[in-house]
Design a protein around this ligand. Structure first.
Ligand code: IPM
Ligand code: MN
Length: 351
């Protein structure tokens, strides 16, 4: 198969981790006889420095024309909260322009990493859940005002927005264990009450065999640690999903392990690890490339329909971990750790 993949390395550790994912993609292309055309495009803070725009026109065009987009990470102290042009704005614009409203963030525990999590083994063994985070609405995209003595961020959701994301969760639950947990703050927020009513109706009317339960976000934060095996598909709005997935990443041992897929109504998706640009370790070659490599696997699965190839990557990551390959974030205290490149090498040879 011939496919165009846009590569947005971004800032901080972004270029280091995407470089490893690119090597994996090239190896998959060779092994399985595909032609992947990988187009590296400027994005984020580095693009701001060069073009005064985090999402330059030609980058957006390249992404819109690609079959899938693989992103490293963006942001850093150089473009902090008070900077006039910010990388985060570019990321939100990219998500909106691509129409990728459904952010899938799977949390699966690698058996080899059971000891890497700060949570006890007995709690996390067998955890297999996936977040469906709404990605192009809510408080991230609402009207903002800023005055001298006051600032506001509006959170708005339409029925249609909740319907379409609930359908993504329903479909996923049908293929999994048939359980959706919808997370909100409906004891306080009007948008949450809308979410609760709409998601309830969609699952009941359109997904027989799928059950839906509703949970307040504060309780969900607790249950994620106390009883993470009880979750299958977690459906939630943009901000709650952002926060809860960082928390859930610690079940898997490290933020560096988790991939994500952002999907819309066509096949083209945006794939990124859930971690940030980690300015504190950027440029040192010690970041964990697994989240990005696993995101590349999701790209093959969801945008190119290459299930066998996706599984080959996932198996290679598991195998490397089973053989003891560890970057610093998942290495036992005091043990020596692999560099980003050496981790990539180990996964490549497992492949
Ligand atoms: C994420 C990130 C982004 C988000 C930031 C960088 C805007 O934290 O993908 O989880 O909040 O969505
Ligand atoms: Mn986040």
């Amino acid at each position: 198969m011939k496919a165009h993949i846009a590569i947005l390395a971004g800032d901080g550790i972004g270029p280091e981790v995407t470089a490893e994912a690119v090597r994996i993609l090239r190896a998959v292309a060779e092994k399985f006889g595909h032609a992947f055309i990988l187009d590296e495009l400027p994005f984020g803070g580095t693009a701001i420095d060069e073009f005064n725009d985090g999402l330059p026109v030609h980058t957006l065009k390249g992404c819109l024309e690609a079959d899938g987009v693989l992103l490293g990470a963006i942001g850093g102290p150089k473009w902090g909260p008070t900077a006039p042009v910010r990388p985060e704005t570019a990321l939100l614009r990219l998500r909106a322009e691509l129409g990728v409203y459904a952010n899938l963030r799977p949390v699966a525990i690698q058996p080899a990493l059971l000891e890497a999590s700060p949570i006890k083994r007995e709690y996390i063994e067998g955890v297999d859940l996936v977040f469906v985070r709404e990605l192009t609405g809510g408080i991230y995209f609402g009207r903002k005002t800023k005055h001298e003595d006051r600032a506001t961020d509006e959170c708005a959701y339409s029925v249609a927005e909740v319907e379409r994301i609930t359908r993504v969760a329903g479909l996923l639950a049908k293929k999994r264990r048939g359980k959706v947990t919808q997370v909100d703050k409906s004891n306080v927020l009007e948008t949450s009450r809308l979410w609760r009513a709409v998601s309830e109706r969609i699952i009941r009317d359109e997904f027989s065999g799928v059950s839906i339960e509703h949970m307040f976000v504060d309780a969900a934060a607790m249950h994620l640690i106390r009883n993470p095996r009880s979750f299958d598909v977690v459906l939630t709005e943009n901000l709650f999903g952002d926060i809860l997935t960082d928390e859930a990443a610690m079940l898997a041992g490290s933020l560096g392990m988790l991939p994500s897929a952002a999907l819309g109504d066509n096949r083209r998706g945006l794939y990124e690890p859930i971690h940030g640009s980690a300015p504190d370790i950027a440029g040192r070659g010690v970041a964990n490339p697994c989240g990005t490599i696993l995101s590349a696997a999701l790209l093959l699965r969801h945008s190119l329909d290459l299930e066998t190839e996706a599984r080959a990557i996932e198996a290679a990551v598991s195998k490397a971990l089973a053989h003891g390959a560890r970057t610093a974030d998942i290495a036992p205290r005091g043990a020596s750790a692999l560099t980003t490149r050496a981790m990539g090498d180990t996964i490549l040879s497992a492949l």
